[in-house]
Design a protein around this ligand. Structure first.
Ligand code: ZN
Length: 408
């Protein structure tokens, strides 16, 4: 590769901005997953510190489109198991006017766990306050997807179940600041059983170790805060060794495979979470990622000399961001969003907690007001009764006395 290749920031901004507007025909098979492509584009612009290239009107339109993908409960609340976010409007659409009609006519209208994650993350990237997210229904939708072995399927009507969807469930719970929809002990047990003999994680028990499933497993343990109970120090050492060994120039996902841009994030973020990211060769990794850059239209590909795509473009800039290069925004390796978005999310959590506290205080004040007004009424009643009795005690003998004096 040409070592003088420069990072084409402006072209990458154009690439991400363009795929928010129009997609090449080969993306048509991803129509049901359009929300993930939106996430790659938005978060890519955020990592490039270029969200201001979208107008406020455009941002608002994207927010409204994402909310139209929210599967909300019907009147009988019989569909909460399907709540969350759809990937596109091809199976249904939620608008205040005809949401109920769509829910009752299309039995396949259901959320997908990866869309719920990327939908919520995209709203956060656009600085939305998640006020219109039906959090309770989203969590019910997540709860309905966990299987007895602790893993998650992606949709209620059935799909494969593996590490990817545990990770999505953890991200949704982290964003909504509520892990009550996950049986974390079972999920942790599934992750532990998926630890392969060579020290990294497969998509499930007995499956081959893989860079993507290793990231999903490790980040999930971090998000659930069950890492310390799940892995021993020795297992962490083996995992470090496996991850570091995935670097040839860039990173690959399995032993003896070619390097691929996306693993600069999947394996790189795992190493970052393990706290040993400094062990890798930054220069070689950067050179490989830049060798997959499209110098004409922007974006990154899986390998050099092939077309760029949304996923590898996003993972490419994330992989470079982990190394602190090219003035890219720092990213949160567990949630796979910028630290700016993580801060925005934590500020929302603090607001929700303060609102909850105010609500509890108001409820307890209302209760004590009701109690004291009952006491007040009882007290007033007692005083009136005492007054009447007292008055009777004085007046009745007086009347009796006067009456009988006159009578005699
Ligand atoms: Zn890849």
């Amino acid at each position: 590769m040409d070592s003088s290749t420069s990072f084409e920031r402006k072209k990458h901004i154009r690439f991400f901005s363009r795929i928010l507007q129009i997609l090449p025909h080969r993306y048509s098979i991803l129509d049901t997953s359009r929300l993930t492509i939106t996430f790659f584009a938005l978060s890519g612009l955020d990592v490039l510190n270029a969200l201001d290239h979208l107008s406020e009107k455009n941002k608002q339109e994207i927010i409204e489109w994402i909310y139209s993908l929210q599967v909300i409960p019907n009147e009988a609340e019989s569909n909460t198991c399907k709540c969350g976010f759809r990937g596109s409007t091809c199976n249904g659409v939620t608008t205040p006017q005809y949401a109920k009609a769509m829910e009752s006519t299309n039995e396949y209208d259901s959320s997908h766990i990866a869309m719920t994650y990327t939908g919520l993350a995209s709203l956060l990237i656009l600085s939305d306050d998640l006020q219109r997210v039906n959090k309770k229904a989203c969590l019910e939708g997540i709860r309905a997807l966990q299987l007895p072995d602790g893993s998650f399927k992606s949709t209620y009507d059935g799909s494969e179940n593996d590490m990817r969807f545990i990770y999505c469930a953890c991200c949704v719970s982290a964003i909504l600041n509520d892990f009550s929809a996950i049986d974390t002990a079972q999920a942790t047990s599934f992750i532990r059983k998926s630890l392969c003999y060579d020290g990294a994680f497969g998509q499930g028990p007995g499956l081959e170790s893989h860079g993507g499933s290793t990231f999903c497993a490790f980040a999930s343990l971090k998000l659930m805060k069950t890492l310390n109970s799940a892995l021993s120090k020795q297992q962490l050492k083996w995992l470090e060794y496996w991850c570091v060994s995935r670097q040839k120039m860039g990173f690959h996902g399995r032993p003896h495979k070619d390097d691929d841009t996306c693993y600069s994030f999947w394996v790189g973020a795992t190493l970052k979470l393990l706290g040993v990211f400094e062990l890798i060769d930054f220069k070689e990794n950067e050179e490989f990622v830049l060798s997959t850059q499209d110098n004409i239209v922007g974006g990154f590909a899986k390998w050099p000399q092939i077309h760029p795509d949304a996923l590898h473009s996003y993972m490419g800039v994330c992989g470079l961001s982990l190394m602190g290069l090219h003035n890219l925004q720092p990213i949160d390796p567990a949630l796979n969003v910028t630290q700016r978005v993580r801060t925005h999310m934590e500020e929302l959590h603090a607001k929700w907690a303060a609102a909850e506290t105010r609500k509890l205080q108001t409820t307890s004040m209302d209760r004590s007001r009701t109690k004291s007004s009952t006491i007040d009424r009882t007290h007033t009643g007692t005083v009136v009764l005492a007054f009447v009795i007292g008055l009777g005690a004085v007046v009745v003998p007086w009347i009796y006395k006067v009456y009988f004096r006159h009578a005699t």
